[in-house]
Design a protein around this ligand. Structure first.
Ligand SMILES: [Zn+2]
Length: 412
């Protein structure tokens, strides 16, 4: 098949230095791209139906397999090559370009935050769809399928390759396990750029807020509050730790935060406790700021225990165990990078969009220094992560078109 894009792309490349604005606009004039963009719009009603259908296939945390098998079937039906499901449950399919590289990984996530047994029936009132996960991220999945179909309808040939994926474990304790597996195992060393379509609207996220989450358990022998008085106390040690954490000074740019969110433990008001625990969450889009905070936290907890034990002359010493219950790597794609400029320029052609912080699958490649963005899939969403989540279709095809143009612009 002749590579209809190459001349336009050579021109586009020469314009890239001008800020990426013209190259996205130029690309829209390419006949194949034009046809694909038109298909993205005319196919939209079908993919709205797909969005509903996919949303009604449950994909609770750690159990995305039924929805994954359906995406695998759709990837095959849409003509992707080398369609497979990897060990982390990610569905992968390739749309080869003229060359293997650059290889753009373009994905949306399968999982929801809703537990098994949640009623996932979607209801519709006019343009408004209501159902858990309808926007986050069934919209992303539908937009991705719409892009694949429209590229095919337009017979768009890209110089580089686009690898599509429907990934697992984006939400909460899923800990980005799907994307981590793509970059560390199934597509290791193969990906040059990354786009995740997550949620709605025309948003662009170029900063990935990372986090560390701990559950710290403090233990000692415990005893009678009167009779055994004079021994170290796990709750009092934890109190010292919390006071130290509360005193942390953190940068406001990048915004860096900490929170002791839950505490528990103790036996009775008249017993020296033998155990207590706290759960702590720390976040930042700054990789270094987050690492510094993590180091400070661990030191503070240990110091608190040491102080408590010194206070009671080492009698029945308290110990602490810090269990890491979540890690989300931090990172960001510079606002003046080629991928960010291209995304801003492409977005301008369909609406308005600015760069902002987020926390999603992009954190993984951003942390590795791979150009990455998370974009919205169009339409208007509200109530993400709630049972009352809604998706207003509106001009949702603009989201599919923007994603398509960006995919073509980056697969080169
Ligand atoms: Zn999401």
């Amino acid at each position: 098949m002749p590579n209809r894009l190459v001349p336009t792309i050579a021109l586009a490349l020469s314009l890239a230095a001008a800020g990426g604005a013209q190259d996205a606009a130029q690309l829209m004039l390419d006949p194949a791209v034009k046809e694909a963009l038109a298909a993205a719009k005319s196919n939209e009603p079908h993919f709205i139906e797909e969005q509903i259908r996919i949303c009604e296939i449950p994909a609770p945390p750690f159990h995305e397999e039924t929805r994954a098998r359906e995406l695998e079937r759709l990837f095959r039906q849409l003509g992707l090559r080398d369609v497979r499901i990897d060990l982390a449950g990610n569905v992968i399919g390739v749309r080869p370009g003229a060359a293997a590289h650059p290889n753009l990984l373009f994905q949306a996530h399968l999982d929801t935050v809703f537990p098994e047994g949640t009623n996932v029936k979607v209801t519709r009132e006019g343009d408004v769809l209501k159902g858990p996960g309808i926007g986050d991220d069934c919209r992303g999945l539908a937009a991705m399928l719409g892009v694949i179909k429209a590229l095919d309808d337009g017979k768009v040939r890209t110089p580089g390759t686009i690898t599509f994926a429907a990934d697992t474990g984006e939400e909460g304790l899923g800990d980005l396990r799907g994307t981590k597996n793509l970059f560390n195992d199934s597509l290791k060393g193969q990906i040059d750029k990354f786009i995740s379509v997550d949620g709605t609207g025309l948003s662009i996220e170029n900063a990935g807020v990372g986090s560390y989450r701990y559950r710290a358990t403090f233990k000692g022998p415990g005893g009678h509050s009167f009779g055994a008085f004079g021994m170290a106390n796990p709750i009092q040690a934890m109190g010292r730790a919390i006071a130290k954490i509360d005193g942390f000074q953190v940068p406001s740019n990048p915004k860096t935060t900490f929170n002791v969110g839950r505490v528990g433990g103790g036996t009775s008001v008249n017993a020296i406790p033998f155990e207590c625990w706290m759960e702590v969450d720390m976040r930042s889009a700054g990789k270094d700021a987050l690492e510094t905070l993590n180091t400070k936290y661990k030191a503070a907890v240990q110091e608190a225990v040491d102080e408590e034990n010194r206070r009671w002359n080492g009698r029945a010493p308290v110990t602490v165990e810090n269990e890491l219950v979540g890690v989300r790597p931090a990172g960001n794609t510079p606002a003046d990078s080629a991928i960010a400029l291209t995304a801003l320029a492409a977005t301008k052609l369909f609406g308005s969009g600015t760069l902002r912080e987020g926390s999603s699958d992009s954190n993984v490649p951003m942390n590795m220094g791979i150009p990455a963005l998370t974009i919205g899939g169009g339409g208007l969403g509200s109530g993400a992560h709630s049972l009352n989540e809604t998706f207003d279709i509106g001009d949702s095809w603009l989201g599919t078109q923007r994603a398509l143009l960006l995919a073509v612009a980056l697969a080169r």
